[in-house]
Design a protein around this ligand. Structure first.
Ligand SMILES: Nc1ncnc2c1ncn2[C@@H]1O[C@H](COP(=O)(O)OP(=O)(O)OP(=O)(O)O)[C@@H](O)[C@H]1O
Ligand SMILES: [Mg+2]
Length: 344
């Protein structure tokens, strides 16, 4: 039986201008084309879709009508809990939804919190320090990590606040960049050991037995031996700057180590339905957890998850409906209704 599916999202064009403090402020938000593509994929599978928009619109809507389930890609507004806002509203109204719950979304958005859980789970991740405020920069002289280091805002995505000079070679550059990030992004800064090895992103789907969609290596395009910093500048000009290798030319041993870290990280952070995990090799060639994106981009044609799915013969419509199906599995009353759902 077809379901009524609400689609929750935040568009770049709706981003409140008064919130803008940096040039890359709205880069995590979605475009109308992505929303239309998700809606069309769900409709082609027989569902009736309502585009509900962002969190502020929802309580009023849900007082009048509730969809059977919500397909959530809302990024939310303000702070490290922003991605949790819509799922928290959905839980308040007891409406089923796709993806991770508010706790996981908040923890994953705060890279230092995620890394604490990852370290506790014995998954390799670079040593790190969180700098909360300007006064903390005096403590940076005491850091016992070796340079080079890497510096980034604690609660961002889409390489917001990450530039080619985020790789830091000495203490004066570290202090200068820390002050700059604290001032511009108004949130703590994460300083971590720099990982010099190749970079991979891994798509994961599912719950009890999560499945790897694919592993994709991201490499510098012009100079294959150049270390990649997948910064805001590079992501903006990706067509000229990077190549995506999916599957990557790696040994079966490395492939299985990367998959193990991806699945263990997904489980440790209690991700649901879908996520994309970024992994990079350290100087010994050991894969390390960098961060996880439990709301990975779903732009058709371009997003990492789209590329990985396509490489294994999963088209966009199937990908979107697979995410919905994994969510439906959680809700017995929907499972019965949806048992004849066909992937298009
Ligand atoms: N410790 C590190 N060592 C080396 N490079 C790093 C490190 N941390 C981040 N980077 C580089 O910066 C890029 C962006 O970092 P990260 O993935 O943490 O940011 P993000 O904004 O959350 O990205 P996404 O677009 O995946 O949401 C990485 O893909 C990697 O190239
Ligand atoms: Mg990343």
């Amino acid at each position: 039986m077809p379901l009524t599916v609400g689609l929750t999202f935040d568009l770049k064009q709706d981003y409140p201008q008064e919130m803008s403090s940096a040039a890359d402020d709205d880069c995590e938000l979605d475009s109308p084309e992505t929303i239309d593509a998700i809606a069309s994929a769900l409709e082609k599978n027989g569902h009736k879709v309502f585009k509900l928009g962002g969190g502020r619109n929802l309580p009023q809507t849900f007082e009048i009508v509730k969809p059977d389930i919500v397909f959530n890609i809302s990024e939310g507004l303000y702070g490290r809990n922003r991605e949790s806002q819509v799922p928290a509203i959905l839980e308040m109204y007891q409406i089923p939804y796709t993806g991770s719950d508010p706790l996981t979304l908040s923890i994953c958005l705060d890279k230092s919190m995620a890394k604490k859980i990852i370290s506790y789970s014995n998954i390799p991740t670079p040593a790190f320090k969180k700098v909360e405020e300007v006064d903390d920069i005096y403590g940076l002289d005491e850091l016992d990590f070796e340079f080079p280091l890497f510096i980034k805002p604690c609660y961002e995505g889409s390489s917001k606040g990450i530039r080619l000079d985020s790789k830091i070679k000495n203490i004066s550059a570290l202090k200068e960049k820390t002050l700059q990030l604290l001032g511009t992004y108004r949130q703590p800064v994460l300083i971590e050991e720099y990982l010099p090895g190749p970079e991979f992103t891994i798509g994961v789907l599912g719950n009890k037995k999560p499945e790897i969609v694919g592993i994709m290596e991201v490499r510098s395009l012009n100079n294959q031996n150049k270390e990649l910093i997948y910064s805001y500048e590079v992501k903006k000009d990706w067509e000229n700057q990077v190549q995506y290798l999916c599957p990557p030319p790696i040994s079966p041993k490395l492939e299985s180590e990367i998959k193990k870290i991806a699945i263990n990280s997904y489980r440790a952070l209690e991700c649901r339905d879908v996520a994309r995990i970024d992994i990079r090799l350290d100087k010994h060639g050991t894969p390390n957890f960098l961060e996880v994106n439990p709301l990975p981009g779903l732009m058709p044609g371009y997003s990492d998850l789209y590329i990985m799915a396509k490489a294994v013969g999963i088209n966009y419509n199937v990908l979107v409906n697979k995410i919905l199906s994994y969510a439906i599995e959680r809700y017995p009353h929907l499972r019965i209704n949806n048992c004849r759902s066909l992937f298009v």
